[in-house]
Design a protein around this ligand. Structure first.
Ligand code: DC
Length: 225
C-alpha cells in the first residue's frame, strides 16, 4: 500500500486461536474507540475462497501467491466484496476456514499478504485481529492481547453461531476440527500462533464478550494516558 502512510498510528493487536471470540471482541473495541478494524483471517479466507473457485489446491504455493497478489477485494462496512460479489457469509464456511489454515502455512503466501494488512494502519488507529498481529505484522503495537478459551468453550460458541445461522453443525466434529486447526496454526514453521513475549493473556472461557471488551478498553485507555 501507500509508502506515505506513517507507521506511528497506534495499533492494538488481538491474537488467538480460532473461535476464541477475538473477532467479536476486536471489532467492538475498534467501534468503541472509533478506530479501523482488520480481521486478518478474512484475508487468508479470501485467498482460500478464490482458490476453491479456481480449482487451485491448498498446497499449490505458486498459484496461491498469484491469487494473493491479484485479489480484487474491497472492504465496505460489513461487506467484503470479492470481484464484485459480497462474500461475507461464504467466508465463514468451514471448508474456507480449513483451506485458509492450510495455505496460511505457506511462507510466500504470508509474504504476499503482508502489505494488504499493514495498509489498514490509518488514523486515528487500528485494532487488528489474527494469529501474528503482535508478533509479525504489527510488532510495535502498543497493546497486545492473546485471547484464549478452552477447546470445549470454543466449539460450543462455533456450534451456536452455525445453528443460529440455520446451518447444520456437529459438536464432536467441530471439536476435532478446532484441534486440528490449532495444531496446524501453532506448529507451522512461519509466524506460528503464539503469544508475543509482551502480550497480555486473556482467557475468555468463563468471560462474556462484554467483559473482555471492557478489560481491553480499560488497558488501552490506561496506556494512552
Ligand atoms: O481467524 P480465522 O479463523 O478467520 O483465520 C482463518 C485461518 O487463517 C486460520 O486458521 C489461520 C490463518 N490466519 C493466519 O495464519 N494468520 C492470521 N493473522 C490470521 C489468520
Amino acid at each position: 500500500m501507500s509508502q506515505s502512510v506513517p507507521k506511528n498510528f497506534p495499533v492494538i493487536a488481538i491474537d488467538g486461536p480460532t473461535a476464541s471470540g477475538k473477532g467479536t471482541v476486536a471489532s467492538r473495541v475498534a467501534t468503541a474507540l472509533g478506530w479501523h478494524f482488520l480481521d486478518s483471517g478474512s484475508i487468508y479466507r479470501l485467498v482460500a475462497l478464490q482458490a476453491l473457485r479456481e480449482g487451485v489446491a491448498f498446497d499449490d504455493e505458486r498459484s496461491l501467491v498469484a491469487i494473493a497478489n491479484a485479489l480484487d477485494v474491497r472492504f465496505d462496512g460489513e461487506e467484503v466484496v470479492l470481484a464484485g460479489d459480497d462474500v461475507k457469509d461464504k467466508l465463514r464456511h468451514e471448508e474456507v476456514g480449513n483451506g485458509a489454515s492450510r495455505l496460511a502455512a505457506l511462507p510466500s503466501v504470508r509474504t504476499a499478504l503482508l502489505e494488504r494488512q499493514t495498509g489498514f494502519r490509518k488514523a486515528p488507529g487500528l485494532v487488528a485481529d489474527g494469529r501474528d498481529m503482535g508478533t509479525v505484522v504489527f510488532p510495535d503495537s502498543f497493546l497486545k492481547i492473546f485471547l484464549t478459551a478452552s477447546v470445549a468453550a470454543r466449539a460450543e460458541r462455533r456450534y451456536k453461531q452455525l445453528i443460529d445461522k440455520g446451518l447444520s453443525a456437529n459438536l464432536e466434529s467441530l471439536v476435532l476440527d478446532l484441534k486440528e486447526r490449532d495444531d496446524r496454526d501453532t506448529n507451522r514453521a512461519i509466524a506460528p500462533l503464539k503469544p508475543s513475549a509482551d502480550a497480555v493473556l486473556l482467557d475468555t472461557t468463563a468471560l462474556s464478550a462484554d467483559d473482555a471488551v471492557k478489560f481491553i478498553l480499560d488497558l488501552a485507555r490506561q496506556r494512552m494516558r
